[in-house]
Design a protein around this ligand. Structure first.
Ligand code: ATP
Length: 361
């Protein structure tokens, strides 16, 4: 396993890129730790696969260098990079048994039979493939085939990293959950460097220690699930992580309060210390989970019309009109449900301020 350094990487699919917009990856400059479990998370087209292919060697970046530990691998083809890759659709040999599919990457590298047997059995045990080890892959269902594909990635201990490109897309939802937990368990046991591409935040949050959020060809934040939830560095992270996403209200800041239209919302000392601001690009951000809804008048709250209440199973989402804008609050299923009006308060601890889309710190 190795630390992965991405040194001033940029990539354009055009032969003669001119402007920033011509680049699928704008500028990536990061070091990913040896043994980390990373999720690359972002919407379709933000550049996740491009970055993954640059790490694996399927693509050479237009600019910058890739290093595994101290070795510059930018000019090395995939087979010289010591990387295992698991793709969206299973890649395996249908006519071989499950055992031979798992053993293949090890046989190819000349490991001895005793080691191969032990390692294949261990991976088969972890992925619960023991019962089908001697069956041919062709007779198995899509779930089992993708498990074999995962196993072929996990079987090698000598790889610099294992890259997963949305590997659970074809898997049944119930099994998806189990496999994600399994991958986390495997990571804890084997301490492999895992990089997992997904556009599904739940997938990223259950799997990774560190989530790399990408947006329009850039990394906008790297952090633990809790950091991304509580301190989103960029509005996009606030909006993309959490369900529903963060509320944003244009505001100004005066004397320790955020002014949203006619409403003055008190701030905590830390936020107030950022000083007065009257710019047009200031916004107050608060997570729906942290907005407090009361069904009767309460000190420090604002009376607002209720637009809708949506039942989401274990919680409800209440949409409220606040200063001509819709804001959403998340309430527990046992909380009192407001009628046509409610009182909303903004707990100081959970208010964040954003200027030009970036968190003010
Ligand atoms: P998805 O989740 O849909 O796979 P992604 O985040 O992995 O998306 P990429 O596939 O890396 O995004 O694409 C980033 C940008 O580069 C997109 O605008 C895409 O259209 C463009 N792109 C990707 N592959 C190519 C290619 N081979 N030639 C030209 N443009 C490409």
């Amino acid at each position: 396993m190795a630390q992965i350094s991405l040194d001033e990487i940029a990539h354009s699919y055009l032969p003669f890129p001119k402007t920033d917009a011509d680049y699928a990856l704008k500028r990536i400059h990061n070091i990913w730790d040896d043994g980390g479990a990373y999720a690359l998370l972002g919407p379709s087209g933000c550049g996740k696969t491009t970055l993954l292919n640059i790490i694996s060697g399927l693509l050479k970046p237009s600019k910058g260098r890739v290093r595994f530990g101290d070795t510059d691998v930018t000019d090395l083809p995939p087979e010289k990079r010591n990387i295992a890759q698991v793709f969206q659709f299973p890649v395996l040999y249908d006519t071989m048994t499950v055992f031979n599919n798992l053993a293949f990457p090890l046989k190819n590298r000349g490991f001895d039979t005793a080691y191969i047997n032990a390692r294949v059995k261990e991976v088969a045990r972890i992925l619960e493939l023991e019962a089908v080890l001697h069956k041919k892959a062709e007779g198995l269902g899509a779930d089992a085939k993708q498990k074999i594909s995962l196993g072929r990635g996990l079987v090698r201990e000598d790889v610099a990293a294992i890259l997963f490109d949305e590997p659970l897309t074809v898997i049944d939802p119930q099994l998806k959950w189990q496999l994600r937990c399994k991958l986390k368990e495997i990571h804890e046991q084997l301490k492999l460097t895992l990089i997992y591409v997904t556009h599904d935040q739940v997938e990223a949050l259950t799997f990774a220690d560190q989530i790399i959020v990408m947006y329009e060809g850039k990394i906008v934040q790297i952090g633990t699930p809790q950091e991304l939830f509580e301190y989103p560095d960029h509005k996009f992270v606030g909006y993309f992580i959490g369900s529903p996403g963060m509320n944003f209200l244009p505001c100004t800041m005066e004397n320790g309060k955020a002014r949203v239209g006619e409403h003055d919302i008190p701030l905590d000392d830390r936020t107030a210390a950022l000083g007065n601001r009257a710019t047009g690009s200031l916004e107050l951000g608060i997570r729906p989970l942290y907005l407090t809804i009361h069904v009767q008048e309460t000190a420090g709250s604002f009376q607002v019309p209720v637009q809708s209440v949506e039942d989401q199973g274990s919680y409800r989402v209440v949409a409220l009109a606040f200063n001509d804008q819709t804001i959403r609050a998340r309430i527990a299923e046992n909380d009192p449900v407001p009628g046509s009006r409610a009182w909303v308060s903004f707990p100081k601890k959970w208010i964040r301020l954003f200027e030009n889309d970036h968190l003010l710190k």
